[in-house]
Design a protein around this ligand. Structure first.
Ligand code: GLY
Length: 572
């Protein structure tokens, strides 16, 4: 029997006053009448994602007999319709899974630089970076990977693809009620959508949007139908590919038919390490996430952090210094390992990590001028969305996908109805020049044709006694690995409830800029102590939107959605 522990947040009262309450688009979900649910405890399966309708689609697929991979595919397709700020067909992502037979899976569907990309493509003749070009519009787009990734994931799915994509088609074709938050975003971005798209997209209307309005996306529905009919070729070849390339030509973009046809998602070896008896399974390059979490956790492992206490100045300082050192290494050594030899074994060796923390002084801030990337012998190299899924037979799936910035490049492919990413900004456009997240990079992450840009996405599964214990991930650009790091430490070391581990304020340090970001509701006493130690503190709004499923000792699933957005936990 399902036991629900729920508290509800009503997206907008408009929903309940003025909307249609019948399931006109699909028998799976009522797209005009839904609510945010932050927690559920259940025993048959659970899905946590950034949008209530997407979580509901995932659970409906589980109820139809699909496994967690089926549910993850259907949830991603639904997010591409109802959560266009990061759910996507025109972007990319990563999936980490632990299947019921114990197999560990990592699928890389990160975007790639187009064949005509080159190292200095965002520099003007004087060598100055033109960040508008790497962050907005046609030229900022990498070759999309999502659709190829969904089909690569299908190796582990059980239901027909028709069943998995139909809810997304219905939501696009018949529409769904947008939230107050969506309405504000579409209104605020109207000028950008018009500036960077060559045909007026569905997100633009003459009057202002308001919560409860219906968003219909006919062009997107047709694209989804082509994928339903023709599989991955329905996106990478034929009509959709033609529409993408025509859009490129209208907006001086460089993605070609050949780039699209050649795109292939890659199955990779997951990045796995042990921490105090837990096995932590994450994404390898081209995501820095698995490696950064590994480095940060190992840098604190020999310290009695549990005795310091959650949010104590001692614990926060220790974690900040681990974050600083790991991110210094990210800037220097991390990039697409298909193109650059990332020195993973050195960066994660006990000796190296011990040396990295040798100059840590409790109670005193280090300095990013002095904390350089580590010494590696010559032989060796925010807006996003996450979903966590589990099914009754124990298949566990963590997926993080992105268009990079919220709503990506703001370029909607004319006639195809989906947004293109602006992922090219995740490359190092010039050594030392910060990207939109303030992260800098070097040769390891320089632009090359066909190369994948370095990511921070960190879909992660923690195993306890060999079985799934936590399924976790978050959006948040460079804050992703630090949010995952802190959430795992909160649960494993501070023994916190899952809600507290996710909802309590987070902090972030990324080497450069040499600042500690604190969420605005961070405890003032700890903030003051950190300032006293010499840290420059910068307050900011929410860090991450972390979605966690914890497998309880009674084998039930505790699914918790972040309270920083409309994220929703569903299950049965
Ligand atoms: N675009 C954000 C990331 O991949 O880290």
């Amino acid at each position: 029997m399902m036991k629900k522990i729920i508290f509800l947040v009503f997206i907008t009262s408009l929903f309940y006053l003025g909307c249609n309450t019948t399931k006109t688009a699909t028998t799976l979900v009522d797209q005009f009448n839904y609510e945010v649910q932050k927690k559920i405890v259940c025993e048959n399966g659970a899905v946590v994602s950034a949008h209530p309708l997407a979580s509901k689609v995932g659970v409906a697929i589980l109820k139809m007999g699909g496994n967690a991979v089926d549910a993850a595919i259907a949830t991603q397709l639904a997010l591409a319709v109802v959560y266009p700020n990061a759910g996507n067909l025109g972007g990319g992502g990563f999936m980490v899974a632990r299947l019921k037979d114990g197999k560990l899976v990592a699928i890389d569907y990160r975007e790639k630089a187009p064949g005509n990309a080159h190292r200095d493509m965002y520099l003007n003749p004087a060598g100055e970076p033109q960040l508008e070009l790497s962050q907005y519009g046609h030229l900022s787009a990498g070759v999309p990977g999502t659709v190829s990734g969904l089909f690569e994931s299908r190796k582990y799915a059980t239901l027909s693809f028709d069943k998995l994509i139909q809810p997304a088609i219905d939501l696009a074709e018949k529409g769904f009620a947008i939230s107050e938050r969506d309405a504000k975003a579409y209104n605020a971005l109207k000028d950008d959508f018009l500036k960077y798209s060559t045909q007026t997209p569905a997100f633009v209307k003459d009057n202002l949007w308001k919560g409860g309005d219906t968003l219909i996306q006919k062009d997107l529905a047709e694209t989804l139908k082509r994928i339903k009919r023709k599989g991955s070729k329905g996106f990478y070849e034929g009509e959709t590919a033609r529409l993408i390339v025509e859009e490129m030509k209208r907006g001086k973009g460089i993605i070609t038919l050949e780039d699209l046809k050649n795109y292939k998602a890659a199955s990779r070896e997951p990045h796995v390490f042990e921490y105090k008896g837990y096995k932590i399974v994450g994404m390898p390059m081209p995501s820095s996430g698995g490696l950064l979490v590994h480095q940060m956790m190992k840098m604190i492992e020999d310290k009695p952090i549990a005795s310091y206490g959650f949010h104590s100045p001692e614990a926060v300082q220790l974690m900040v210094e681990a974050e600083r050192r790991a991110y210094a290494d990210r800037a220097q050594f991390m990039g697409d390992a298909d193109f650059y030899k990332v020195p993973v074994s050195t960066l994660t060796s006990d000796k190296y990590l011990k040396e990295r923390m040798a100059d840590f002084v409790p109670g005193k801030a280090s300095n990013s001028e002095q904390i350089k990337p580590g010494e590696i012998p010559a032989i060796e190299s925010e807006e996003t969305t996450h979903l966590s899924v589990i099914d009754k037979s124990g298949n566990a799936v963590a997926v993080t996908t992105t268009l990079n910035n919220s709503y990506g490049s703001k370029t909607v492919v004319g006639g195809a109805g989906f947004l293109l990413n602006d992922e090219m900004d995740d490359f190092s456009v010039k050594p030392g020049v910060p990207n939109m997240y303030g992260a800098i990079g070097a040769e390891a992450n320089a632009i090359m044709p066909g190369k994948r840009m370095l990511s921070s996405m960190t879909p992660t599964i923690v195993l306890k006694d060999g079985s799934p214990y936590l399924i976790i991930g978050t959006p948040g650009g460079t804050t992703i690995p630090t949010s995952v790091f802190q959430t795992i430490v909160n649960i494993i070391e501070f023994n916190m409830s899952t809600e507290d581990a996710v909802w309590k304020p987070k902090f972030h340090h990324q080497w450069l800029p040499d600042e500690v970001y604190l969420e605005k509701n961070f405890p003032p006493a700890t903030k003051k102590s950190l300032e006293g130690m010499g840290y420059k503190i910068v307050e900011r709004n929410g860090i991450g939107r972390t979605e966690v499923i914890k497998i309880l000792s009674n084998k039930k699933f505790e699914a918790v959605a972040d309270n920083r957005g409309d994220d929703t936990a569903e299950g049965w």
